[in-house]
Design a binder for this molecule. Structure first.
Ligand code: TK8
Length: 350
């Protein structure tokens, strides 16, 4: 009996030592020692649009999913209205590790990865369904992979939307109406060159400075999707809105690569899947809002005109030499791959 009892005690001791050793391994071995010690990681997530925009509402949904699924191991602080800076500054902050998440349009991203300009080729995407298929498919993934060299991780594509022109001079009915217009553009050379080709006088400007610039007459107008035009109150300082729908603008949910690499595999899966899930909400809210907000803009006294397909076709013809020039810069094969993916998506959706 005594021998049996001693053996039992010995076995218990071995088990207890093994268990402790296991925990120490987890602490040392896990990519993030903090988790083993229960330390919370904080994500600073900033955007330029205000807190009524579908982009911010979807960011709050992302925060909710991530905090719930990580049981609070990750805490998300959300900032809107350019509180942490403009798109380029926030993207640079991710590269430096002083911010963890931002969700800019592809246009400013082209300053870090020039290939992203292809998504700002006017009239590339005929509708949202084709855009979703291409962006959420192989081609979209290939472009997200290009971000890693810039110390950035692209988790998902969200939606800014089809961009329309507002200004204080005249309705844009045909390409000639752009003549001499001082138009603010995003900080993207393709946007600048395309609007110059249309006869406008474009000025690149951070989004956070735009409202004041329109209020003071520094610029005559700008271009953004209807939800942004309405929710940012542009109707207070703009008289005309014309549905050029000249570009479908994707957002990219960006995370600092340094921060992403410091997450456990499980946390990486959680933040990525949450970005896709919240992105679906962003797209849904954005699309549901366009018709209602268009009516609101008219009710606020804006002169609202739809641009005809013929006028759009004329604009494409005028900017085509600019697109050919950028296709050379970006790589004709890369550009062709995107156009082929658009054609394939259209065929599948027919
Ligand atoms: C907001 C911008 C905005 C974009 C622009 O930060 O700059 O006009 O369309 O949504 O990213």
């Amino acid at each position: 009996m005594k021998k049996l009892f001693s053996l039992f005690v010995l076995a218990m001791m071995v088990l207890v030592l093994a268990a402790c050793g296991g925990n120490e391994e987890a602490a040392e071995g896990s990519e993030n020692e903090g988790e083993a010690s229960g330390e919370t990681k904080t994500i600073r997530a900033g955007i330029g649009l205000n807190d009524s925009h579908p982009q911010y509402l979807a960011l709050l949904e992302w925060k909710k999913i991530v905090e719930e699924k990580t049981d609070g191991a990750i805490k998300v602080e959300t900032y809107h209205s350019s509180q942490l800076g403009d798109d380029r500054a926030m993207t640079e902050a991710l590269q430096l590790g002083s911010q963890e998440v931002t969700i800019p349009s592809t246009a400013p991203i082209a300053n870090f990865v020039p290939e992203f300009s292809v998504f700002d080729f006017p009239f590339l995407f005929p509708n949202e369904e084709v855009a979703d298929k291409v962006l959420d498919g192989e081609v979209g993934d290939k472009f997200l992979g290009m971000l890693e060299d810039q110390s950035l991780v692209g988790l998902a594509y969200w939606e800014n939307g089809f961009r329309d022109v507002t200004n204080n001079e005249r309705a844009i009915e045909t390409a000639s109406d752009f003549e001499g217009l001082k138009l603010r553009t995003m900080e993207n050379d393709l946007h600048l060159d395309a609007f110059k080709a249309l006869g406008a006088n474009p000025t690149p400007m951070a989004f956070g400075e735009l409202f004041t610039a329109m209020q003071q007459g520094t610029v005559d107008g700008q271009e953004n999707p209807i939800p942004t035009i309405y929710l940012q109150g542009f109707y207070e300082v703009q008289d005309y809105v014309s549905t050029t729908h000249h570009i479908y603008s994707p957002f990219v949910f960006l995370m600092s690569k340094e921060f992403f690499d410091g997450l456990t595999e499980e946390q990486q899966t959680i933040v990525t899947e949450a970005a896709v899930e919240a992105g679906a909400l962003n797209r849904k809210l954005n699309r549901e809002a366009v018709a209602e907000y268009a009516e609101e803009l008219k009710a606020e006294g804006m002169n609202y005109n739809d641009v005809t397909p013929e006028a759009r076709a004329e604009m494409v013809e005028i900017v085509q030499p600019v697109l050919d020039e950028y296709a050379e810069k970006i790589g004709k094969e890369t550009v062709q791959e995107v156009y082929d993916a658009v054609a394939e998506a259209e065929a599948e959706l027919e």
